[in-house]
Design a protein around this ligand. Structure first.
Ligand SMILES: [Fe+2]
Ligand SMILES: [Fe+2]
Length: 308
């Protein structure tokens, strides 16, 4: 039987304003994480619909229990990200269009692609999460600690639970489709779609969040956009888009750690990949321990004692 726990969280985003630059020390990471919040809502909605559709094909009761717990965890993530994004929309109303556009991308995928393709989509993308989130959680002092504790705690909780259910999507894919070859064959188109949706979110940020409050060009996380901007600066007849500065979210992180994460992403797409054997972030263990002890994990850095 699955060990996954479904935990409900309330980060009280409606209590007071949520800034776009929730970590003012790292505007590029603030923007990147905000894009994750938008993406998570559409992606996790797709997962819930997908698992509901795929259920009749899941015959093994253990896999069915895993799929159910996985879907319910994702449902909780989506609910919490909706609260975060709702607070951003309150402050920057144009972002409602951005949210609608992101969700529409995933709704289109649900309407136009097979269950098999979407199971591969979820398995491929979720397989990258453990190495990527390990990089972020290992550097929490830089990326999360200086920020708004509600937003920081939302991401820490979500990423820790992604590590917890790191095998779920592959278990479900293998039980229904069971073709490593297919998963590899569609990987390129899947990651193209993921990047396209992130781009939709970033274009929306540039359009609807004033530059003074955004500080960075949200599109600067795309290497080809950065190259285009550089080229435009060199060519006298072109002007670079004036959307803000272009720092990188991971500028302060060690290059070696970033390369390890990149290696993990590549490994996650190869046949026979088993997420159970991944190196895990120490923060995940600490989080589960504190949660068990009744610590207020919705205020990861500022809760001072075990809540009653
Ligand atoms: Fe999630
Ligand atoms: Fe997930």
């Amino acid at each position: 039987m699955t060990d996954l726990q479904v935990r409900k969280m309330d980060f009280a985003f409606s209590d007071y304003d949520v800034p776009f630059l929730w970590n003012p020390q790292n505007p590029a990471f603030s923007s990147m994480a905000n894009a994750v919040s938008f993406l998570a809502i559409g992606f996790e909605k797709m997962i819930v619909q997908l698992i509901t559709q795929a259920k009749p094909q899941i015959t093994d009761p253990e896999v069915a229990a895993e799929a159910d717990a996985f879907m319910r965890q994702e449902g909780q993530h989506s609910t919490a990200h909706r609260q975060h994004v709702k607070a951003l929309i309150r402050r920057y109303p144009g972002l409602q269009q951005t949210l609608d556009a992101v969700i529409a991308e995933f709704d289109k995928l649900t309407a136009e692609t097979s269950v098999k393709y979407r199971l591969a989509y979820v398995a491929d993308l979720e397989a990258t999460f453990t190495p990527v989130f390990k990089l972020m959680l290992d550097n929490d002092k830089n990326l999360f600690a200086p920020g708004d504790d509600r937003v920081a705690s939302l991401f820490i909780w979500h990423f820790v639970e992604e590590v917890e259910h790191r095998s779920s999507a592959l278990i479900i894919f293998n039980s229904v489709v069971d073709s490593e070859l297919y998963r590899m064959r569609v990987a390129a188109s899947i990651f193209r779609h993921v990047l396209q949706v992130i781009r939709v979110a970033c274009v929306g940020f540039n359009e609807h969040v004033p530059l003074e409050e955004r500080q960075v060009d949200a599109l600067s996380m795309f290497a080809n956009y950065r190259r285009g901007q550089t080229l435009r600066r060199w060519l006298p007849f072109l002007r670079p888009a004036d959307n803000g500065t272009m720092p990188r979210a991971f500028d302060d992180l060690g290059l070696r750690e970033q390369l390890v994460a990149l290696g993990g992403i590549i490994r996650s797409q190869t046949p026979g990949h088993n997420p159970e054997h991944e190196n895990l972030p120490a923060l995940a263990d600490e989080w589960f321990q504190r949660y068990e002890q009744g610590y207020d994990v919705t205020r990861w850095y500022t809760a001072d004692s075990v809540s009653s």
